[in-house]
Design a protein. Structure first.
Length: 152
């Protein structure tokens, strides 16, 4: 089951609050209409605190729903194209974020697939491509990092 974001939880809470305030206003209006004891019409001119709350909830809901993120995003700096940076100089948190495994797990996987015949074909292809093509940086990062790790 996907994780519910803070933004989505806030929107759901505001929806519930808006429904609760609207329902409470409807109930108050219902009781005011059928209340025989209070025939005073001037009480309708007094601002209801529920209306202010409803307006605040509506404004908050609108502000949150029109933005994609609840909080400001933190930018992640781009790394240089060198594989040495990716494999040795990148901090552990960013490495795990980019490769979806820890550095130790990555090296274990590289050791497991090092002698596989399919990988040798890919290695040959990538070596040829690297020598000929100028669009080398656009190749999948994980494959190129694995190649670099296996060649070193």
């Amino acid at each position: 089951m996907p994780q519910v974001s803070c933004r989505q939880r806030a929107l759901r809470g505001l929806k519930r609050a808006i429904r609760a305030v609207a329902l409470s206003e409807i109930i108050d209006l219902f009781f005011d209409l059928f209340d025989d004891d209070d025939e005073d019409v001037s009480s309708l001119d007094v601002p209801d605190p529920g209306e202010d709350m409803l307006m605040e909830c509506n404004e908050a809901y609108w502000m949150i729903s029109r933005s994609r993120y609840l909080n400001k995003r933190q930018s992640v700096p781009r790394a240089p194209d060198s594989m040495d940076f990716w494999l040795s100089q990148l901090d552990e948190k960013r490495f795990t974020q980019d490769f979806r495994v820890t550095r130790f797990q990555f090296k274990q996987i590289a050791d497991l697939i090092q002698d596989h015949p399919v990988l040798s074909t890919i290695l040959t292809f990538l070596r040829r491509l690297h020598g000929v093509s100028s669009w080398w940086p656009s190749i999948c990062l994980v494959v190129t990092a694995t190649v670099h790790l296996l060649e070193s």
